[in-house]
Design a protein around this ligand. Structure first.
Ligand code: DQA
Length: 146
């Protein structure tokens, strides 16, 4: 059966490309989805991409992934630093998780140094720009290959 990754991008990432380009670069969310889809296709893996500015919609998408996805790649954006609910959702579905941050959150404000999601992540990729999403796909493919 074809394997599938749920790609989740959190709040404000719909504005990638125009949002603080000095920090997040010039590539758009569409570019990210394209990169993830192309990289996953190298491994015969499908991608379901969603972006939301609403915590509950992200939680619903994570719950739905339990039925038909094999892994989650998530950039929870600001919810990284606030959301026990997203941590609980990821814990509940028991799928491998790759956490991605475009910027190096550890070189930024102190409130960005803590992630509620990291304890449940198999890998955490920070500060690699949008290329971090590609690394996440490759790592997930390795994990899924067993
Ligand atoms: C981010 C880092 C977060 O601190 C921030 O709130 C974001 C994006 C990143 O990709 O670098 O929205 O997750």
């Amino acid at each position: 059966m074809t394997r599938r990754i749920l790609l989740v991008n959190g709040p404000n990432l719909n504005m990638l490309g125009t949002r603080e380009p000095a920090i997040y670069g010039h590539e758009t969310l569409a570019d990210v989805v394209d990169l993830v889809t192309r990289t996953a296709s190298e491994f015969g893996i499908e991608v379901r991409a969603m972006q939301s500015n609403h915590e509950g919609e992200i939680i619903d998408a994570i719950h739905a992934a339990r039925a038909d996805c094999d892994a989650v790649i998530i950039n929870p954006a600001a919810f990284t630093h606030t959301s026990v609910a997203i941590l609980d959702a990821l814990t509940a579905v028991e799928l491998p998780v790759a956490e991605v941050h475009i910027s190096n959150v550890h070189s930024r404000e102190a409130f960005r140094h803590h992630s509620y999601v990291s304890p449940v992540a198999q890998c955490v990729i920070v500060g690699c720009g949008v290329q971090g999403y590609e690394f996440a796909v490759r790592r997930i493919a390795t994990l899924l290959a067993g």
